[in-house]
Every structure is written in C-alpha cells, then in structure tokens.
Design a protein around this ligand. Structure first.
Ligand SMILES: N[C@@H](CCC(=O)N[C@@H](CS)C(=O)NCC(=O)O)C(=O)O
Length: 113
C-alpha cells in the first residue's frame, strides 16, 4: 500500500500542484478520482473525509492517516528530515560564500559596499 492517498481531479489546478510536487519528489500516491463536474466532492462519503468538500485531499498513512486539505502545505509532508534540511542549508551557505569570494557583475559588487 502507498504511504499516501490523494483525492484529486484532472481539472483541479490545486490538485495539479500536488501531483507535480509528488512526481518531482518521486513520491508514490494512490489517486482517488473525484469528479467535480458531477458533484462528487459533495457526496456524504467525501464530506466525511473533507468537510470543505474540495479536492485535493491528501491522506498520509505513514502519519496516523493525517488529512491535509490544503494544496500549499501538503507537498511538504516528507520534509521533516532535519538532517536533509541542514545539508541543504549548509550547501546554500557555501554557495553564498563562494559568490561573496568570487564577485562578478556590477549589481553584486555595488551591493557589497
Ligand atoms: N485552498 C484549497 C482550495 C481547494 C479548492 O478550491 N479546490 C477546488 C478545485 S481546484 C474544488 O475542489 N472545488 C470544488 C467546488 O468548489 O465545489 C487548496 O488550495 O487546496
């Protein structure tokens, strides 16, 4: 079973945002298609899961079936790996140091005082 179930619809741009994020992160999800044109978002079954009667709805089975009904924070579900966050922070700092030590272009030199 996949760690994630995504209630989605192909014409929903909010759902598309999640599908793109999950594909970029190579995360698998089980899609459940909710036909908005036929009003399936307002069914009793879907309302019980997501009282806002919208898609997307993401269910995280690896986190006590946590339900996320907002498409903006949902792509961050796998970003609790603080070691990975630290690695990215150090990489960004090294890149900043490199740019400071290798100034090029008037915009950069003028900003450096
Ligand atoms: N704030 C929500 C909005 C979700 C939303 O409005 N979804 C639309 C599709 S993009 C929807 O399900 N509409 C169904 C309706 O209005 O009945 C998000 O960004 O996830």
């Amino acid at each position: 079973m996949s760690d994630y179930t995504l209630y989605t619809y192909f014409r929903s741009s909010c759902s598309g945002r999640l599908r793109i994020a999950f594909n970029l992160k190579n995360l698998e999800f089980k899609p459940v298609y909710i036909n908005l044109l036929q009003g399936e978002q307002s069914s009793d079954e879907h309302r019980a899961l997501n009282p806002s009667c919208t898609v997307p709805l993401l269910i995280c089975h690896n986190d006590a079936d946590l339900r996320i009904g907002q498409s903006v924070p949902a792509p961050e579900v796998d970003e609790d790996d603080m070691e990975a966050v630290d690695r990215e922070t150090y990489k960004a700092r090294e890149w900043d140091d490199f740019k400071d030590e290798n100034r090029r272009g008037a915009g950069n030199t003028m900003n450096m005082g």
